[in-house]
Ligand binder design. Structure first.
Ligand code: GUN
Length: 285
């Protein structure tokens, strides 16, 4: 069994992004800029945004976080997005999810200029992804594909089982795998007999938010296991959706939590923001 080391690869990608940022700065005088919208007091969201901001600082990006109270109005967030769409120093706009219940999330995501949509959540970019066109791809599944590529794991013709069908992870993960010629099954909360599906899979991609959802008896010998879950266990430790201790004895490759997919998500946010900045520079030329 080999560990898919996302921490190591994310450092390599950060070094590349930092280098490219320096080059861009010396050629154009500007650096990539990321605006983050953070609403309310959810501790996990604050922790994620903190990590994203630190990563921006490490690679030399400009970044700004718009922190808003839980009871902020829809209109006030919309105004901020419109401002960021117009701001030439901002290349990427990220709305940290989830948002409070009174906010219309879909409407906000659709308001982000598609060319600044570094999270890849705008229907324009979702459509480009499903049709196999270039665009912005959600950071977590994009990070998974980079990690597989780093270890020369080809998904072509493989039976891939995606567990969890969220817009952020499961659906774009399935689209990327399909674009790379895998045979893809998507399981979700209403799937009958999950084990039947996972046992047939050469590769399992799980992002369901359920501790120990994938157990040893649900995994084929030699399968590749990608754990996209992040959960807080009772003892306070971060754990994924896979019973790592037992499943790791049976599989060929596995991502640890932490240190697997998580750092790759942040690395891809940097990479997408750099891509947006380069596109904007080209447009201005
Ligand atoms: N909430 C959980 N994951 C994500 C993500 O990748 N992007 C944003 N914006 N919010 C999230």
């Amino acid at each position: 069994m080999q560990i898919l080391d996302g921490k190591k690869l994310s450092k390599k990608i950060e070094e590349y992004v930092a280098f490219e940022t320096k080059e861009l700065k010396s050629a154009t005088g500007r650096v990539p800029g990321l605006a983050v919208i953070l609403v309310g007091n959810d501790p996990a969201s604050h922790a994620y945004v903190g990590m994203k901001k630190k990563a921006c600082d490490r690679v030399g990006f400009y970044s700004v976080t718009h922190e808003m109270p839980e009871n902020i109005s829809q209109e006030a967030i919309e105004e901020t997005i419109k401002m960021m769409n117009q701001n030439p120093n901002i290349d990427g706009i990220l709305i940290q999810l989830p948002l409070p219940a009174h906010i219309d999330t879909t409407k906000l995501l659709e308001l982000v200029a598609p060319e600044k949509d570094v999270d890849g959540f705008h229907p324009f970019n979702v459509g480009r992804l499903t049709t196999g066109l270039d665009g912005f791809v959600p950071c977590t599944p994009l990070g998974v594909m980079e990690l597989l590529s780093e270890y020369d794991i080809d998904v072509k013709g493989k039976n891939c089982c995606v567990v969890g069908a969220s817009n952020i992870v499961g659906k774009p993960m399935a689209a990327l795998l399909l674009n790379a010629n895998a045979t893809v099954e998507v399981c979700h909360i209403f799937t009958d007999d999950l084990k039947k599906h996972t046992l047939n899979a050469d590769m399992i991609f799980v992002g369901a938010g359920v501790i120990n959802l994938i157990k040893e008896d649900m995994v084929k010998e030699g399968a590749v296991i990608v754990d996209i879950g992040i959960n807080r266990a009772e003892n306070g430790k971060l754990v994924g959706d896979v019973d790592f201790e037992n499943v790791s004895k049976k599989c060929s490759y596995i991502t640890p939590v932490p240190g697997g997919v998580g750092p790759m998500t942040i690395a891809m946010l940097l990479s997408n923001t750099l891509k947006a900045a380069k596109l904007h520079v080209k447009e201005e030329a």
